[in-house]
Ligand binder design. Structure first.
Ligand code: GN1
Ligand code: MG
Length: 375
């Protein structure tokens, strides 16, 4: 513990100089990086900040992650300035180190970054209202629209094959092959569920291969809690957690909104009765996303918009299940069978989407005709 505290203090000194830290809180959400909220007293950087230590086991080239974030946040900031919108609460701002570096690399080659904290805004793990779902999807759609003129070859692929569902299935199969008999026994039903849906894995990647969908700059982790909602206006104001911004498919972004913003339970909820795809939330998401990014979607993307929710929910279920079988080596866990509980939630949600697939497709067609056709 002492060692961690020392490395945090050391990083903070590089951003603010000595003796300015007034308060430090550990953030409990996020499965990968370590995040701390701080208050700094004195000096020109006085105020609240967010310090993050990038997990180098998962991001093998953390400086590439930072280069991507720097490019993307600068691009969005310029865009807002051109539109005469104050970017301060609309895009993350990196705080440089005292020597002017955009991030800090410590003696163990760990990368640390500091953001200005956006005050008076909140993130939600579970959706509170259809309006909130609408706001979140709108913010993610706007985020990708603002990046549509940044050439995709300017960004590094920081985790190769991140949303390649067929590869994720292969990784799941490898995990099954290597897992202990106890872990296999604990997840028998989930393994069966995963195997029975193998036929859907390549639907989106096939569309890249046949040219019906193109790669764009996408966020790739569009969970509801990665949008900050303004406490006063209740609008989605800022998209956060930019670690996985890289070339990808728009539908994996929309799909992850469906996964995270339609159930009324948490991602690791034990009471599976709370895990249903709420069609009212879905409708709000479709409206928000189509209003802000609909014009750039291809006919194939519209056709598969509803399907994308099911696919990414299944994919993330595969990843949680594989991690359970591998002995919990990737996602942070806080209790026994945590990854298995998370996988169960995902698969319950997949089932709920399968039951409502037709209605979901009708909603997409209805909103598309109402919003985009008249334009
Ligand atoms: C991880 O760390 P966090 O919570 O932002 C994961 C995402 C998953 C998500 C599931 C780099 O994101 O891909 O969708 O957990 N990030 C990485 O909640 O693997
Ligand atoms: Mg993340």
């Amino acid at each position: 513990m002492k060692e961690i505290q020392q490395s945090i203090n050391f990083a903070i000194e590089h951003f603010f100089g000595e003796n300015h830290l007034a308060e430090l809180l550990v953030c409990q959400t996020g499965h990968i990086n370590h995040t701390y909220f701080l208050r700094i007293n004195g000096g020109e950087k006085s105020g609240h900040h967010v310090l993050q230590k990038i997990n180098g086991n998962i991001f093998k080239k953390p400086e590439q992650v930072m280069e991507n974030i720097d490019k993307v946040t600068s691009h969005i900031k310029n865009k807002y300035e051109q539109l005469e919108i104050n970017p301060l609460r609309r895009v993350l701002s990196l705080v440089p180190t005292v020597t002017g570096e955009k991030w800090f690399v410590d003696e163990k080659n760990t990368v640390w970054r500091m953001y200005i904290f956006i005050e008076n805004a909140t993130t939600y793990d579970v959706v509170q209202s259809p309006e909130q779902a609408y706001q979140a999807a709108k913010a993610f759609g706007e985020f990708s629209s603002l990046l549509s003129d940044l050439p995709i070859d300017q960004l590094h692929e920081t985790i190769p094959d991140f949303h390649d569902t067929p590869k994720r299935f292969e990784q799941f199969e490898q995990a099954v092959a290597k897992a202990s008999s106890e872990r296999i026994a604990s997840a028998k039903k989930e393994i069966e569920f995963a195997n029975s849906r193998k036929n859907i894995t390549s639907v989106l990647t096939d569309c890249i291969a046949d040219g019906t969908m193109k790669l764009r700059i996408t966020h790739n982790d569009t969970k509801l809690n990665n949008v900050m909602i303004d406490d006063d206006s209740e609008k989605g104001i800022c998209v956060i957690d930019l670690d996985t911004v890289m070339p990808g498919l728009a539908l994996y972004d929309f799909g992850d909104c469906v996964r995270s913003a339609t159930p009324s339970g948490e991602e690791d909820e034990k009471n599976l009765d709370l895990i249903e795809m709420d069609i009212e939330m879905f409708e709000a998401l479709v409206r928000g996303y189509i209003e802000s990014a609909g014009e750039s979607l291809s006919p194939k993307e519209i056709e598969l918009l509803a399907f994308s929710g099911k696919l990414i929910t299944y994919e993330i279920g595969l990843r949680f299940l594989a991690d359970h079988l591998n002995g919990d080596v990737y996602f942070k866990t806080h209790r026994e069978n945590h990854n298995l509980d998370r996988a169960r939630v995902q698969f319950k949600l997949v089932q709920s989407m399968e039951e409502q697939e037709e209605e979901m497709n009708d909603i997409v067609r209805k909103i598309w005709s109402a919003v985009i056709l008249p334009r």
